[in-house]
Design a protein around this ligand. Structure first.
Ligand code: DQQ
Length: 583
């Protein structure tokens, strides 16, 4: 255990690094997919001599090259399918096709040949994101965005060549493609018309699908609605399903029902009493997502967010760290709705080219409506627990202020850690300033090094032996006007001695009442990933870190408390994780 004085010294130095990371800010490094359409295929030389400490052991990634959005996830004949945006030629975005892998457990994956690649006029410049729908007669169909010779975004259909093949290796494109296209008549902006959702059937028996869009002028994000009787001839509805001012281009919309009664998933066409709907959009301008919970009227084909469900980029997010272009599917075998999301790198394009790859997928998460009806809850799919190897348990322990306590005996670079805190002495909580409206900013200002009263307390993960490097995932509790406010942070400012990466600190509020509830934190650690679930999955934060010292066996795990008040660890379990077969 580090002495309190050395802890203070150590944490004080964080302030300097934090200041630098705040200056670096969000988005200074170019890490998103830029949608440049390369006329000539872009190719980079990947180096095989580079060490690969940051490759994942159980988060999905292909052996090399660039990946981004998860596409068309589905279950077909007992096999889970994941398609994803992939550049077969380089570790940067470009030459985009649909790569394809399958699994029987969502944990171990087998790669297949690419499923959808440019071959028609309607997609000759790229096969961008889309979704799968299971049509009557148990027939999967994929709607995806193609980039045509004029670099316009159009919507295409592909169906399996052989329905008796559960692996759905070969896909055939409709000769009627494109099925939906920008025209002079419909006034759709040809560079803002992409990412069809899974389709659903309305009470009139017609299919509906939404496509991401923004209005030609202004910054109004829109979900354009199309209807079809046969899934081939689509007619644009007069009005969008929904739109919101000042949100910019909506990429990868996702629209699905959730049960207001039971924490189970629903098939996409379900509606009725005790059913709420969720609309998620990925904001191209901000490179983050938000969702609302609301009501869908399938007769008027309008979706209205509930009062209090914030319909702007300050709304609820699946993940307050790195998580984008996400997509859900209904798992009819287990009645779950499962969420996939792309986690990009925090390193520079040059570093990605050197390491020969970029991008991974988050652990699939089961997603359901919280009993409050106001937000979703997410939890890593249970199947991931079959990777649990040896378990280390920390018995019930009081963690005094200024303590860093090592949890040893676990492979700390490849682990699943779950801790349950009990906080007493809540009357000592600092007062929450109502002007603190941005949790991410608050976490940046009050990082792990800033001593508080109730917190910061939580985990130091991906830590080097002498704590020269660590990522701090922690809570702080404040006294609000009529309730306690719980802040959850993931502080990457000290994650690596290498300062060339984006080390932005992330933060979220957590809707847990510490007066009546225990405070839980689960973190999935996978070499360069720190994927955290606070309050049983009410707020999630995912970060990418690239330590220099805290790699492989040089990685340590600690529980810490840098507040003045003690907190109690009721239970802490840390599992070493086995390696999954990921392609
Ligand atoms: N990525 C795809 C687009 C989508 C974007 C292109 C989101 O279809 O809008 O690779 O990351």
């Amino acid at each position: 255990m580090a002495k309190p004085s050395s802890l203070l010294h150590l944490l004080a130095s964080v302030v300097t690094v934090l200041a630098i990371s705040v200056l670096l800010g969000h988005g200074v490094l170019h890490v998103g997919a830029s949608h440049r359409v390369y006329r000539n295929l872009r190719k980079t030389v990947e180096s095989t001599s580079v060490k690969q400490p940051y490759r994942t052991s159980y988060h999905f990634q292909p052996p090399k090259n660039w990946i981004n959005d998860p596409n068309g996830p589905m279950l077909y004949k007992g096999i889970y399918h994941l398609f994803y945006q992939y550049n077969p030629k380089a570790a940067v975005w470009g030459n985009i096709i649909w790569a394809h892998s399958t699994s029987t457990d969502l944990v171990n994956w087998t790669p297949h040949v690419p499923a959808i690649f440019p071959s028609q006029e309607s997609d000759i410049n790229g096969c961008w994101s889309g979704s799968a729908t299971i049509l009557p007669g148990y027939k999967p169909a994929i709607l995806y965005t193609g980039i045509n010779p004029q670099n316009q975004q159009v919507q295409n259909l592909a169906v399996p060549k052989n329905l008796s093949d559960p692996y759905l290796i070969e896909w055939v494109k409709s000769p009627h493609n494109p099925l939906m296209a920008p025209t002079a008549m419909n006034q759709i902006n040809a560079s803002s018309f992409r990412d069809p959702t899974t389709a659903w059937v309305g009470p009139d028996g017609r299919w509906r699908v939404i496509i991401g869009n923004k209005r030609d002028r202004g910054r109004k994000g829109r979900a354009i609605l199309y209807r079809s009787k046969d899934f081939v001839r689509w007619t644009k509805a007069q009005h969008p399903l929904h739109s919101a001012k000042n949100t910019g281009m909506w990429e990868c919309p996702d629209f699905f029902p959730v049960s207001a009664q039971v924490p189970l998933g629903l098939d996409t066409s379900i509606n009725g009493p005790n059913v709420k709907h969720v609309l998620k959009v990925s904001l191209d301008d901000k490179k983050h997502e938000y969702y609302t919970v609301g009501t869908y009227n399938s007769t008027t084909d309008r979706y209205v967010p509930d009062k209090g469900s914030v319909d702007s980029d300050s709304g609820l997010r699946y993940d307050y760290g790195k998580f984008y272009a996400s997509k859900t599917f209904f798992d009819s075998k287990t009645n779950r709705r499962i969420l996939w999301g792309w986690i990009n790198e925090s390193s520079s394009e040059d570093d990605d080219i050197k390491k020969g790859w970029s991008g991974i997928q988050a652990i699939p998460r089961t997603i359901w409506l919280d009993k409050s009806g106001k937000q979703l809850v997410q939890w890593p799919i249970l199947e991931i627990e079959k990777l649990h190897n040896s378990q280390v348990v920390l018995p019930n322990k009081l963690i005094k202020g200024g303590t860093v306590l090592e949890v040893s005996g676990v492979t700390a670079a490849q682990a699943d850690v779950e801790v349950l805190f009990e906080v007493k002495g809540l009357e000592k909580a600092e007062v929450f300033d109502p002007t603190w409206t941005n949790p991410q900013m608050l976490c940046s200002q009050k990082g792990a090094s800033v001593k508080g009263s109730l917190g910061p307390f939580g985990l130091l993960v991906m830590a080097s032996k002498g704590l020269e490097e660590y990522t701090a995932v922690f809570f702080r509790i404040f006294k609000g006007q009529n309730k306690y406010v719980v802040l959850m942070c993931s502080d990457q400012s000290r994650s690596s001695l290498n300062n060339s990466n984006d080390k932005t600190t992330y933060g979220a509020l957590l809707d847990v009442d510490p007066l009546h509830e225990k405070l839980s934190l689960r973190t999935l650690i996978d070499h360069s990933i720190v994927e955290s679930f606070g309050g049983g999955g009410k707020s999630c934060i995912t970060a990418r870190v690239y330590p220099v010292l805290a790699v492989e066996d040089g990685t340590h795990l600690h529980v810490f408390n840098n507040g003045t008040q003690s907190v109690e660890v009721l239970t802490l379990s840390a599992w070493s994780m086995k390696k999954a077969k990921i392609n």
